[in-house]
Design a protein around this ligand. Structure first.
Ligand SMILES: Cc1cc2nc3c(=O)[nH]c(=O)nc-3n(C[C@H](O)[C@H](O)[C@H](O)COP(=O)(O)OP(=O)(O)OC[C@H]3O[C@@H](n4cnc5c(N)ncnc54)[C@H](O)[C@@H]3O)c2cc1C
Length: 371
C-alpha cells in the first residue's frame, strides 16, 4: 500500500529532461523557455495537489489564477485584451507541460482558453474589451455550451431557442455536460435564433447571475473531477442583443472554429498524461525487483515501454503538425486537427492505462484524466 500511494517526485515527472522522448525537440529557444516555465509550474503548483483536487472534487481557482499570471488564461488571445498572443503550437506545448501536473484541471483551462479565443476572434471591439481582460487573468471563468440532452454529435440539431424581443434574446432550453458549469461566470452559448439546421444557430454570451439562468446537479464522473460538469438551464433568460458574438446564423461556424483549437488543446492534455505515465513507469521498473533483478531487465516490459514511448511521440508529431496547419489557416487544418485528436487521445489513453494496474497512484489520475 505504501508503495502504491507514495508521492513521486514532481520535479522528475514534470521535467522534460527526465524524459527520453524530449518534448522540446524541434522547438525554438522561446518555446523551450515557456515550456520550462509550464513544466515548473506543473511540478510546484499542480502535481502535489492533483490527487486531493480529484478526490475532494475541488475546482482549484487560486492555482488557475496563478497560472493566468504566467499568461496561461488567454494563451492564443491577442495581447491588446490581456492575452499572450502565442501560436497554436506554443499553446499545445504549454498545455502538454501543464497536464503533467494535473490533466483534469489543464483540460478545463484549455476549454476556458477556447472560450476567450472565440470572443477575441469573433466579438466586436466593445465585446473583446468588455469580456476578455477578466477572463485572461482568470478573475472570471468561462464555459462552452454546445451540447444538449438531445444533441451531442449532431450538434446542429440543437433546440435551445433565442427569441428576439426588442434589444434582448429570450433563451429557453438546456445544455448538457458543461465543463465548469455552475462555477463559471461567462457562458458562451450556441442557441437557435433562426430555422432548423446549422444556419439557424447564433452565439451569445450569458453572464452568471442573469435571471432565468440556473444549473443542474454536479455530474459524477470517472475522471476530470477537479472541474465540475453540470447542465446549464435557461428559463425565459433575457440576454442583451449586445452579447451576441458575430452575426445571427454564424453560431455553428463559431462553435466549430473554436473546436479546431479545442481538439488540439485537449489532445495536448493527453500528451502530458502519457508523458508523466511513461516517466513513472520507467522509474518503477528500474527500482522494483522481482526474481532477483529489476523489472527493467525483463524484455517483455522493455517492449511495453517502447510501445508506450512510440505512441507518445507519434501523437505529439500529429498534434504539432495539426497546430501548425491551423496557425497557417491551411485547407487541411480541420481534418488534421480532428485526426490528431482522434489518434492522440486514444493512443495516449492506452499509454496511461497500460501500467495503471501496476502503479495505482498517481497513474490512475493520469489515466482517468485522459479517458
Ligand atoms: C466530461 C465531459 C465534459 C464535457 N464538456 C462539454 C462542454 O464543456 N461543452 C459542451 O458543449 N459539451 C461538453 N461535453 C459533451 C461532449 O462534447 C459530447 O459528449 C459529445 O459531443 C458526444 O455527444 P453525446 O455524448 O451526446 O454522444 P452521441 O452523440 O449520443 O454519440 C454516442 C456514440 O455514438 C457515436 N455516433 C453518433 N453519431 C454517429 C454516426 N452518425 N455514426 C457513427 N457513430 C455515431 C458517437 O461517436 C458516440 O460514440 C462533455 C462531455 C463529457 C463526458
Amino acid at each position: 500500500y505504501a508503495r502504491a500511494t507514495a508521492m513521486p517526485d514532481p520535479s522528475r515527472i514534470c521535467d522534460p529532461h527526465h524524459s527520453p522522448q524530449q518534448p522540446s525537440t524541434g522547438l525554438n529557444e522561446e518555446q523551450k523557455e515557456f515550456q520550462r516555465v509550464a513544466f515548473s509550474f506543473a511540478a510546484q503548483e499542480m502535481m502535489p495537489n492533483m490527487a486531493e483536487w480529484d478526490q475532494k472534487e475541488l475546482f482549484p481557482v487560486d492555482m488557475m489564477r496563478k497560472a493566468a499570471r504566467l499568461g496561461f488564461g488567454g494563451v492564443y488571445v491577442r495581447t491588446d485584451v490581456g492575452g499572450s498572443g502565442l501560436s497554436r503550437l506554443d499553446t499545445s506545448v504549454i498545455f502538454e507541460a501543464l497536464a503533467t501536473g494535473c490533466t483534469s484541471t489543464t483540460a478545463y483551462m484549455s476549454i476556458h482558453n477556447m472560450c476567450v479565443w472565440i470572443i477575441d476572434a469573433f466579438g466586436n471591439e466593445e465585446q473583446r474589451h468588455r469580456f476578455c481582460p477578466p477572463l485572461c487573468t482568470m478573475e472570471k471563468f468561462a464555459s462552452y455550451c454546445l451540447t444538449e440532452p438531445g444533441s451531442g454529435s449532431d450538434a446542429a440539431s440543437l433546440l435551445t431557442s433565442a427569441e428576439r424581443q426588442g434589444d434582448h434574446y429570450i433563451l429557453n432550453g438546456s445544455k448538457a455536460f458543461i465543463s465548469g458549469g455552475g462555477e463559471a461566470d461567462i457562458y458562451v452559448v450556441m442557441c437557435r435564433t433562426g430555422g432548423p439546421g446549422h444556419k439557424g444557430i447564433s452565439c451569445v454570451v450569458v453572464e452568471k447571475g442573469t435571471p432565468g439562468l440556473s444549473f443542474g446537479k454536479k455530474e459524477k464522473k470517472v475522471g476530470w473531477n477537479s472541474q465540475p460538469t453540470r447542465a446549464v438551464i435557461f428559463e425565459d433568460c433575457a440576454v442583451p442583443v449586445a452579447n451576441r458574438i458575430g452575426d445571427e446564423g454564424q453560431g455553428f461556424l463559431i462553435a466549430m472554429r473554436g473546436l479546431n483549437g479545442g481538439r488540439i488543446n485537449v489532445a495536448s492534455c493527453s500528451l502530458g498524461a502519457a508523458h508523466a505515465s511513461i516517466i513513472l513507469t520507467r522509474d518503477h521498473l528500474k527500482v522494483r525487483k522481482q526474481f532477483g533483478e529489476p523489472l527493467a531487465n525483463n524484455q517483455y516490459l522493455q517492449f511495453k515501454l517502447a510501445d508506450m514511448a512510440t505512441k507518445l511521440v507519434a501523437s505529439r508529431l500529429m498534434i504539432r503538425s495539426a497546430a501548425v496547419a491551423l496557425q497557417e489557416e491551411r485547407e487541411d487544418a480541420v481534418a488534421l486537427c480532428s485526426m490528431a485528436k482522434l489518434f492522440a487521445t486514444d493512443e495516449c489513453f492506452e499509454v496511461t492505462a497500460t501500467p495503471a494496474p501496476l502503479l495505482p497512484f498517481p497513474i490512475v489520475n493520469f489515466r482517468d484524466g485522459s479517458k
